[in-house]
Design a binder for this molecule. Structure first.
Ligand SMILES: *Cc1c(COP(=O)(O)O)cnc(C)c1O
Length: 434
């Protein structure tokens, strides 16, 4: 440890020397093995083998089927259906569940937009329940008061790589005969007790978009242990209406299909990366363990909750800032942290990966405020104040960062921890500067 001179402890935002002057290393999970996997597919000339009719190619080509088999095995589900995004996967799940006009689906407001739009695709109404202050996910306590005779399903989002307390949610769903869809886009290999999320509810949805733990540019996967739901997902993915006659499908509910098919190249990339997924997540856990050890004594900041029998995937590291106690606006603290650090190589346009809150609580978007969809024209509330825990976290308490991605060295991590330490032990310097 070097003892800092008084001038070097002056915060960078006030003109002091920053902790870090060099860019952080580039973050890129793509390696030669993925390039080789793509080349192999390219040389076959068959970049997608799907046919949208009842034919052996209705299920896609060899890379599609290999990825589905490997994903199901890795996560411990009986079935897996690949799709061209997690968004498509969520839409297909709502369709497969048989949901339609007049039905209600309970959703989290603190998530990527598609998790709440999915019911609207089938003209069902999204009903927002608040998040639990520890997990940032829906809980049985927040869901229960929202259940009405119209409720058909719950979309639980395992946000930030953590997970909802699924035991009580599944018990509640069983009691009311509700379908549970798990949005696991941020939570691959997140463990709830002995089980990976995505295999606890009726269907689980994963993302392969560029920003996720592993990616193929775009892509998604749906896991299920139910053969009937699996078949309905496959039909919705690939022009159901053109297939049901010859396949002998008799329940035609939501059997208008889409084209949600994922290509052979994307599946080959994802299969290759899937073999490294456990290691990539292990690196995130190790980096977070170091940072949390360094952060644990800092004032006005608390660490994300992770139950003893849970394993977190750390899509982001979500810290809780006591804005009222510190009496300094969260944005000022974030600006001070950013001034001490640097962006990553190849992604410097993204800036330093620290932010306040996550996405605006979804019901505050104009689409809900103006009820600009047929499914939103009833008494369900989308008023400000609807979910106080979400609003407090989004506007005041959450500080999220991604400075725990794989590829950071011990020195890089030390700089990150030093920057947090420098700012949080000298918050007084920030008083009155905003
Ligand atoms: C990324 C994400 C999605 C959507 O994933 P796409 O593959 O981009 O469609 C859905 N839900 C959550 C929680 C996400 O983070």
């Amino acid at each position: 440890m070097t003892i800092s001179s008084p001038s070097s402890t002056k915060l960078a935002i006030l003109g002091g020397d920053p902790v870090r002057t060099e860019l952080f290393p580039a973050y890129n999970v793509i390696e030669q093995t993925e390039i080789d996997a793509v080349e192999k597919v390219m040389r076959t000339g068959v970049l997608s083998r799907y046919l949208g009719t009842w034919h052996e190619d209705f299920y896609g080509g060899p890379e599609v089927q290999k990825l589905e088999k490997n994903w199901a095995e890795t996560h411990g589900s009986t079935h897996c259906v690949s799709v061209n995004s997690a968004t498509s996967g969520l839409y297909a799940c709502v369709g497969a569940a048989g949901i339609g006009a007049g039905d209600e689906v309970i959703v989290s407001p603190y998530t990527m937009t598609a998790s709440a739009v999915a019911p609207m695709i089938y003209n069902a109404t999204p009903v927002f329940a608040d998040i639990d202050p520890k997990t940032y996910c829906l809980s049985a306590e927040t869901i229960a008061p929202k259940i009405t005779p119209r409720t058909k399903a719950i979309i639980v989002v395992h946000i930030f790589g953590g997970c909802a307390d699924m035991g009580p949610i599944m018990a509640l769903a069983k009691k009311h005969n509700l379908i549970v869809i798990e949005d696991c886009a941020q939570a691959p290999l997140t463990k709830y007790k002995d089980t990976y999320v995505g295999t606890i509810g009726h269907m689980g949805v994963f993302s392969l978009n560029y920003h996720k733990h592993i990616h193929s540019g775009e892509g998604g996967l749906v896991t299920t242990n139910d053969a009937n739901l699996c078949e309905r997902l496959q039909l919705i993915r690939n022009h159901a209406e053109a297939v049901v006659d010859a396949k002998g499908v008799t329940d035609l509910t939501n059997m208008i299909g889409y084209n949600y098919r994922l290509g052979e190249i994307e599946c080959a990339i994802a299969s290759s990366l899937l073999t490294r997924l456990p290691d990539l997540i292990q690196q995130r856990r190790k980096n977070v363990a170091y940072l949390e050890d360094r952060f644990s004594e800092l004032p006005h900041i608390s660490l994300p909750y992770c139950a003893n029998d849970q394993e977190h995937a750390y899509y982001v590291h979500a810290l809780s800032y006591d804005e009222a106690g510190a009496a300094i606006p969260r944005q000022t603290v974030i600006d001070a942290l950013k001034a001490e650090l640097k962006p990553c190589q190849m992604r410097s346009h993204e800036g330093v990966l620290i932010g306040g809150g996550y996405v605006k609580p979804l019901y505050l978007q104009q689409i809900y405020q103006q009820r600009a969809h047929p499914a939103l024209q009833n008494e369900v509330s989308y008023q400000a104040g609807l979910c106080p825990v979400v609003e407090a976290n989004h506007y005041h308490n959450l500080i999220t960062h991604e400075l725990m991605r794989p590829g950071l060295s011990q020195d890089d991590l030390a700089d990150i921890a030093d920057a947090f330490e420098k700012v949080f032990t000298q918050l007084d310097q920030l008083r009155g500067i905003d």
